[in-house]
Design a protein around this ligand. Structure first.
Ligand code: PGA
Length: 241
């Protein structure tokens, strides 16, 4: 695992965005795996700024997101589809039809998981997958105990994950209890993985990722078997490494 240290959140976002922009410019047909949450927000702001100032084009780019809450329609401001549209896609020249997230309001959720996994296969793998990490080591919404062989599936969110995400909702009881997530094996099929972490709340998770053994109780440790992983983390997130 290659570790790139950053001074702070802004520096992490800048370094990650520039690494991505370089790849998008050299491979304008690439498939990007994207993530939601506070961590990648700054990266997306930088991609938008670069698109406006330097004209980096996303016309032929395809994106596939990691996960979506079950029960939230795409127009719900807390859905990940809404987050991606308002925080990134609407500001680029990307074609909306080439942006993919699981449908959290699908009538048949199991069928939706199969459709999404097949979609990833049809794209012949993700060129670069962007990841955050949960305090409990989750990647996507793959919570501790998820088999490393898992494909796109339904998960029951841990209480700690619901609490961590409650800040975006009116009250705790509005936070969805379940989500659809790409599985760990689906993530590991990506050609390259870029994991970001910022802040002291992520310091223990990053230490465990760097120094711990591969263990299904700590989902991010699955990345240890992948041959092309880069971590960009700020000083606070690297403070225990
Ligand atoms: P965050 O979430 O970026 O909002 O900290 C990361 C994650 O849970 O994967």
């Amino acid at each position: 695992m290659n570790i790139i240290p950053a001074a702070d959140y802004q520096d992490m976002s800048h370094k990650a965005a520039h690494l991505m922009i370089e790849k998008i410019r050299s491979n304008p047909d690439m498939t990007l795996g994207l993530a939601t949450g506070s961590t990648p927000k700054g990266v997306y702001d930088e991609l938008i700024k670069d698109h406006m100032e330097n004209g980096t084009s996303y016309k032929r780019i395809t994106t596939v997101n990691l996960d979506e809450y079950i029960g939230l329609p795409p127009f719900d401001p807390n859905s990940y589809r809404y987050f991606m549209n308002s925080g990134l896609f609407n500001h680029l020249d990307i074609q909306q039809v080439n942006t993919h997230l699981p449908k959290g309001d699908a009538d048949d959720i199991n069928q939706e998981c199969q459709r999404y996994e097949q979609l990833i296969k049809d794209l012949v793998d993700i060129d670069l997958q962007l990841l955050g990490i949960g305090q409990n080591g989750h990647i996507g919404f793959n919570e501790p105990g998820t088999p490393f062989t898992s494909r796109t599936h339904v998960v029951k969110l841990e209480e700690s994950t619901r609490k961590a995400n409650a800040r975006f909702f009116e009250s705790m009881d509005k936070v969805p209890t379940h989500a659809i997530t790409m599985g760990i094996a689906s993530i590991l099929d990506s050609r390259e993985i870029l994991l970001l972490a910022s802040g002291s709340a992520k310091a223990e998770a990053i230490t465990q990722l760097v120094h711990g053994e591969a263990n299904e109780q700590f989902p991010a440790s699955a990345l240890k078997v992948h041959s092309n992983v880069t971590i960009i983390a700020d000083e606070a997130a690297l403070s225990l490494v």
